[in-house]
Design a protein around this ligand. Structure first.
Ligand SMILES: Cc1cc2nc3c(=O)[nH]c(=O)nc-3n(C[C@H](O)[C@H](O)[C@H](O)COP(=O)(O)OP(=O)(O)OC[C@H]3O[C@@H](n4cnc5c(N)ncnc54)[C@H](O)[C@@H]3O)c2cc1C
Length: 292
């Protein structure tokens, strides 16, 4: 028989974290966890539900920081006007997660902690320079850059007995951002490939930066963007140069490994991703044209 803990204050949460073992599971919205439990039927001693942690559902915005509680749902993030303005890529990503039902239940913390390579949150949070706040059973917070959080498929930097408490994003009033994904369907689709880009606000497209999602176990930083697309308007030739380079990069991710890649995909999926990258490059710049 499993025990069910449902803390509603930070003190209760810390006490609950102290009781967790390696057989325990944290539940947020349950959209990833419940199908996984049904499939694997693990022996779980404690379920720690975060559903009563109101503090973890808050989205707080100050002059220089957006603090998103790990229990904020995709829907609440998508509907937040300030996130739409200052973290537009995250707004795009949350607006297109699954169906409305999934957006109502699924949380940003659950998405990041689940560490699926196809997750839409992690490329955006990396692009936006996010920092993750992890709370331990000793009541202390640990801060970790988003880039260092995902260690592999379903593996994160969370220590046993730690919870992802909140995500902090710097308010960058000087940057604009956009995100698109391409999946096998138009709606309720898991990304086969995604891209998040940023540039200096009002310049289209000075100091471009970007991350590619769903092509490796962690998002791929596109350091080559400034060199490939330049510092001004992006024409089709520039998009093709970027797409071509990303295609080689996707191929290289798999061919340059000393050990076999942990992202298990078929040859057909690899070929699909190599070709699909051109579409997401064109789509993200089409979307960017609608943003200042
Ligand atoms: C039909 C369907 C469509 C989907 N579409 C998309 C999509 O388009 N894009 C996308 O990115 N994802 C998609 N998903 C995946 C999923 O909905 C999201 O990743 C969601 O955000 C997971 O959040 P959750 O709150 O439901 O997490 P849960 O299922 O509750 O938890 C997921 C994992 O994270 C752990 N966990 C949760 N919260 C915390 C925390 N705060 N601290 C530490 N560990 C924690 C849990 O123990 C579990 O291992 C889809 C899922 C379904 C079923």
């Amino acid at each position: 028989m499993s025990m069910y803990l449902q803390p509603s204050t930070r003190e209760e949460l810390i006490s609950a974290l102290g009781q967790l073992t390696d057989k325990s599971r944290i539940i947020a919205g349950g959209t990833d966890l419940m199908p996984d439990l049904r499939k694997k039927r693990p022996d779980v001693d404690i379920f720690l539900s975060l559903s009563a942690m109101e503090e973890m559902k808050e989205i707080r915005i100050s002059d220089d920081t957006i603090c998103i509680g790990a229990m904020a749902t995709h829907d609440s993030i998508a509907r937040n006007a300030e996130i739409k303005t200052w973290a537009t890529a995250l707004h795009h990503a949350c607006s297109h997660v699954g169906s409305q039902q999934i957006r109502n239940r699924g949380t940003i913390g659950g998405s990041l902690a689940n560490a699926s390579p196809a997750g839409d949150m992690i490329p955006c949070v990396c692009l936006l320079g996010g920092t993750l706040l992890l709370l331990g059973a000793d009541g202390a917070f640990r801060r970790i850059p988003a880039e260092d959080f995902t260690l592999g498929v379903s593996r994160t930097a969370l220590h046993p007995g730690e919870v992802l408490f909140a995500i902090e994003l710097p308010v960058r009033k000087d940057r604009s951002t956009a995100f698109v994904k391409l999946g096998s369907r138009k709606e309720v689709t898991i990304a086969q490939i995604s891209i998040a880009i940023s540039w200096d606000k009002g310049t289209r497209y000075q100091n471009p930066d970007g991350y590619l999602g769903a092509v490796d176990v962690t998002p791929v930083h596109l350091e080559e963007m400034p060199e490939l697309i330049g510092q001004g308007p992006v024409d089709d030739a520039a998009k093709d140069r970027l797409a071509e380079s990303l295609r080689d990069r996707i191929r290289g991710i798999r061919m340059n490994r000393k050990r076999p890649p942990k992202l298990k995909i078929t040859e057909a999926e690899r070929l699909y991703k190599e070709r699909a990258v051109r579409s997401v490059v064109y789509d993200v710049f089409d979307l960017a044209e609608t943003i200042d």
